[in-house]
Design a protein around this ligand. Structure first.
Ligand code: KG4
Ligand code: ZN
Length: 380
C-alpha cells in the first residue's frame, strides 16, 4: 500500500511516499531556512506563502523519486496539527484536492504522533528492523514540544511529563542565538559543543523533584549570565535596518570577543539539557516497565543525547531494553513520518472526511491516566 504523506506544519514543505507504513520510497523536503534567517525565527505569514510556492513541485518530486504514478497511490495523508494555522492550511487543502481527484481515502495525521512513528521507518535500500516492542517510553523532543510519553499499543499514549516552559529544541535554538552560533540553532550548537569542554562551566539542572516534567528557561538565563562578560555590542540586523516599524534587538546575533569560550559554553549547555532529558527518560522506562525506549523529534538528531540516553538506559534498566531513534533525516520534520503514522491510524479506521480542518493546537495524549506499570521510583 503506497501512502503519499504531506507535511507543512512549520517551515519545511515536505512530501514522501511510504509503502506499508514502514518502507520509505521517497522523502522530499524543501527547507525555508533562508526565508526566515534574517528574522531569527519562523515568521508564520512567510511560512504559509513559502508552502504555497513549494508544495506542488515537492509533491511531484516525491512521486518521481519513488517511481510511483498518481494512480498507484492508495492513500493521501497530511498533517492536521499541531503547527502554524496558515502553514497547515496549505498542506491540508492540497491533500484534500489530491485525494478527491484520485478518489482515495484522506488521513489527517497528528504531527507529534508522526514523530514517534518515524521510529518504524526504514530508508530506501534498508530492511525494516523488528518493530519496537510495547509498552515503550518515548522522549519526544522538537522545536515546539518536549514530552515524555508511555505508549502501550499503536495509537495509545499516556502522558508522563512535559516541559513547563521552553521545548528542548527551543532551548538549543535560544542558546545558539545567545552564543552567536547562527540560525537554525540546534545543529549549529551541537557542532560547536563538539569542540568544547562540558566541565569548564557549571550550569544548573532543573530536576523538579522526582516527576517527569522539564524546565529549560532558567538554564537559558544562566547561560546568558555566563556569556555576558565576553559579549561585544552587536550591530543592527538587516531586518532592523530595513524596517523602521519593527526593530527586533533580541534577534540581533550575539558578537563575541576573539578567544571567547563559545565551544565550552555550548558544550556545558548541551550537557545540562541532555543530562536531565536522559536521566528522566531512563527513570520513567524503569518505573513503567518499558520494553523499548524511543527518541523522536528534531532534537533526537543530537548525537550526545543519543549516546547519553543509551548509557542511562543500560545503567538503569539493563542491557535488554533497546534504545532506538530514527536516522537524522527522519528526526527533523519530514513527510515520510506522516505517511508512516497514517498507515497505523488507518488500521484503526481513522479516515478523514472532506470537512477536516487544520488543528493548530492538537495535543497527542488523549488517553486518561490508567494504572499501567508501577509507581514512579524515588531513587536514581
Ligand atoms: O521536529 P522538528 O524538525 O520541528 C518541530 O516539530 O519543532 O525539530 C526542530 C528542532 C529545532 O529546535 C532544532 O534546533 C532542533 O530540532 N535540532 C537539534 C539538532 N538538530 C535539530 N537540536 C539539538 N541537536 C541537533 N543536532
Ligand atoms: Zn516536528
Amino acid at each position: 500500500m503506497n501512502i503519499l504523506g504531506i507535511e507543512t506544519s512549520c517551515d519545511e514543505t515536505a512530501a514522501a511516499v511510504v509503502a506499508d507504513g514502514r518502507r520509505v520510497r521517497s522523502n522530499v523536503i524543501a527547507s525555508q531556512i533562508a526565508l526566515h534567517r534574517a528574522h531569527g525565527g519562523v515568521v508564520p505569514e512567510l511560512a504559509a506563502r513559502g508552502h504555497v510556492v513549494a508544495i506542488v513541485p515537492v509533491v511531484e518530486a516525491a512521486l518521481v523519486e519513488a517511481g510511483v504514478g498518481r494512480p498507484e497511490l492508495d492513500v493521501v495523508a497530511v498533517t492536521e496539527g499541531p503547527g502554524l494555522a496558515g502553514a497547515l492550511l496549505v498542506g491540508v487543502n492540497v491533500a484534500k484536492a489530491l485525494a478527491y481527484a484520485l478518489d482515495r481515502p484522506l488521513v489527517a495525521v497528528n504531527h507529534l504522533e508522526a514523530h514517534v512513528y518515524a521510529n518504524w521507518l526504514a530508508l530506501p535500500g534498508e530492511q525494516p528492523s523488528p518493530p519496537p516492542a510495547f509498552p515503550l517510553v518515548c522522549l519526544l523532543v522538537s522545536g515546539g514540544h518536549t514530552e515524555l510519553i508511555l505508549m502501550t499499543d499503536h495509537g495509545r499514549y499516556r502522558h508522563l511529563g512535559r516541559t513547563l516552559d521552553d521545548a528542548a529544541g527551543e532551548a538549543f535554538d535560544k542558546g545558539a542565538r545567545l552564543l552567536g552560533l547562527g540560525y537554525p540553532g540546534g545543529a549549529a550548537s551541537a557542532r560547536a559543543a563538539g569542540a568544547g569542554d562540558p566541565a569548564r562551566f557549571d550550569l544548573p539542572r532543573a530536576w523538579l523533584g522526582e516527576g517527569y516534567d522539564f524546565s529549560f528557561s532558567g538554564l537559558k538565563t544562566a547561560l546568558l549570565r555566563l556569556a555576558e562578560p565576553y559579549r561585544l555590542p552587536a550591530p543592527p540586523t538587516p531586518v532592523e535596518r530595513s524596517s523602521p516599524s519593527g526593530p527586533f534587538p533580541e534577534h540581533r546575533p550575539a558578537v563575541f570577543a576573539p578567544g571567547a569560550p563559545i565551544a565550552d559554553l555550548a558544550a556545558a549547555y548541551q550537557e545540562a539539557v541532555v543530562e536531565v532529558l536522559a536521566t528522566k527518560t531512563a527513570r520513567a522506562a524503569r518505573a513503567f516497565g518499558a520494553k523499548t525506549v524511543l527518541l523522536a523529534g528534531g532534537v533526537a538528531a543530537n548525537g550526545v543525547l543519543r549516546r547519553r540516553l543509551a548509557t542511562e538506559v543500560v545503567a538503569v534498566c539493563g542491557a535488554d531494553v533497546p534504545v532506538r531513534y530514527p536516522p537524522p533525516a527522519l528526526c527533523t520534520d519530514n513527510a515520510a513520518m506522516i505517511a508512516g503514522a497514517a498507515a497505523y491510524a488507518l488500521r484503526r479506521g481513522a479516515q478523514a472526511g472532506w470537512e477536516v480542518d487544520v488543528n493548530p493546537r492538537l495535543p497527542l495524549v488523549v488517553e486518561e491516566p490508567a494504572a499501567v506499570g508501577s509507581r514512579p521510583s524515588t531513587t536514581g
